[in-house]
Design a protein around this ligand. Structure first.
Ligand SMILES: NC(=O)c1ccc[n+]([C@@H]2O[C@H](COP(=O)([O-])OP(=O)(O)OC[C@H]3O[C@@H](n4cnc5c(N)ncnc54)[C@H](O)[C@@H]3O)[C@@H](O)[C@H]2O)c1
Length: 331
């Protein structure tokens, strides 16, 4: 493939869709050639409000594919629509960069990973927190610690979102913890084998479902990942990126989620790079993978494990027992 900008159709013009429009527009490696949403009026308004030049809009990908000669799709629809849109794109011969979570259930995720393999097209899941330069520095520091005994992650916030998050049964585990779970897979370069999780809803919670949880995952080799999270924890809140501590046989690495990670005794800051971050970092990796055929660090098959961590944690909390990840992924 040439180095010409990748011609992209974006599907989904909601709130995260706006972020993606700007990310695609600001990248020298991509051209936005079409915008799709079931709500055509919304797509037109967003196109007019957010973009310097109007792009064709439509209610479906198929309507725009031929017209635009697109090379790839960015899928920013709601999770329940991810599989439909991803399958339509993959079977039309287009690689896809899809927002997290890959799909609502592990079974759906495994299905769509299979479609990607069958069609030979890349389906990459955008886990934007992997593309934070400070997190990359924490990964590098972790790699210097030898065998890892434990990773602990504390998340404490008190946001009033309104809307679906305040109605769903497990808002913290399903909508938030997938970020920290995926980050831990990246840190350890492995997938967990089991989880014990307790989730609960403090008496003052403004969420209908459990807004707090503690989970202990076991990784191959015995490392433990302990997640403590709450969405109803006012006062001394953590970063949106959480507080992290990684403990290994050769020392410890710390990251408060907002500042330079540190390691060593006495503590020394870790060198932090200057790569594109968040959605821009994810898009840059997607473009490179499409152009060169190199694998993505966040392809669909691998990302099933991040969703499986969520599903296993919810099952453990619901059934009040330790759950093997194999029960969820069918391994
Ligand atoms: N990485 C992050 O930090 C982050 C933050 C927020 C949202 N997200 C993810 O981004 C995605 C979108 O979230 P949002 O907050 O923008 O949702 P949203 O509800 O604001 O927007 C989704 C849009 O998708 C459209 N849509 C639904 N089904 C469609 C279909 N079949 N074809 C075309 N359009 C369709 C809807 O009409 C809507 O405009 C979700 O997967 C969400 O988890 C990620």
């Amino acid at each position: 493939m040439s180095d010409a900008p990748l011609r992209i159709i974006q599907v989904g013009a909601g709130s995260m869709g706006r972020t993606w429009l700007h990310t695609i527009a600001n990248s020298p490696d991509t051209d936005l050639v079409g915008l799709v949403d079931l709500d055509l009026g919304l797509a037109q308004r967003i196109s007019e409000d957010e973009l310097a030049a109007l792009v064709p809009v439509a209610r479906s990908l198929t309507e725009l594919k031929e017209l635009t000669g697109a090379d790839a799709v960015v899928n920013v629809t709601v999770p329940g629509a991810h599989n439909v849109v991803n399958e339509e794109a993959l079977r039309a011969g287009l690689p896809v960069l899809c927002e997290k979570p890959i799909a609502p259930t592990v079974a759906d995720a495994q299905y769509i990973a299979g479609v990607a393999e069958e069609t030979g097209q890349l389906l990459m899941i955008s886990q934007s927190r992997r593309y934070l330069n400070q997190f990359t520095a924490l990964r590098q520091a972790t790699a210097e610690l030898g065998r890892i005994a434990s990773v602990s992650c504390e998340f404490a916030k008190a946001p009033h979102f309104g809307g679906f998050r305040e109605e769903m049964p497990h808002p913290l585990l399903v909508d938030m913890a997938i970020h920290q779970f995926d980050s831990t897979r990246a840190l350890l370069g492995a997938d967990p084998v089991s989880v014990y999780c307790e989730s609960y809803n403090p008496g003052w919670s403004w969420f209908a479902g459990d807004a707090a949880a503690t989970a202990i995952f076991e990784f191959p080799g015995g490392a433990r990942f302990v997640f403590r999270g709450s969405w109803v924890a006012p006062g001394q809140e953590t970063s949106w990126n959480s507080h992290w501590r990684v403990s290994g046989e050769r020392g410890t690495a710390l990251w408060d989620g907002d500042n330079t990670p540190s390691t060593g005794d006495p503590l020394q800051p870790v060198a932090v790079g200057q790569e594109p971050e968040q959605t821009a970092g994810s898009l840059a990796e997607f473009v490179a993978c499409v152009r060169t055929g190199t694998p993505s660090q966040s392809d669909a098959r691998g990302n099933v494990a991040s969703l499986a961590m969520v599903e296993a944690a919810v099952r453990s909390a619901t059934e009040r027992r330790r759950v093997e990840l194999g029960e969820v992924v069918g391994g």
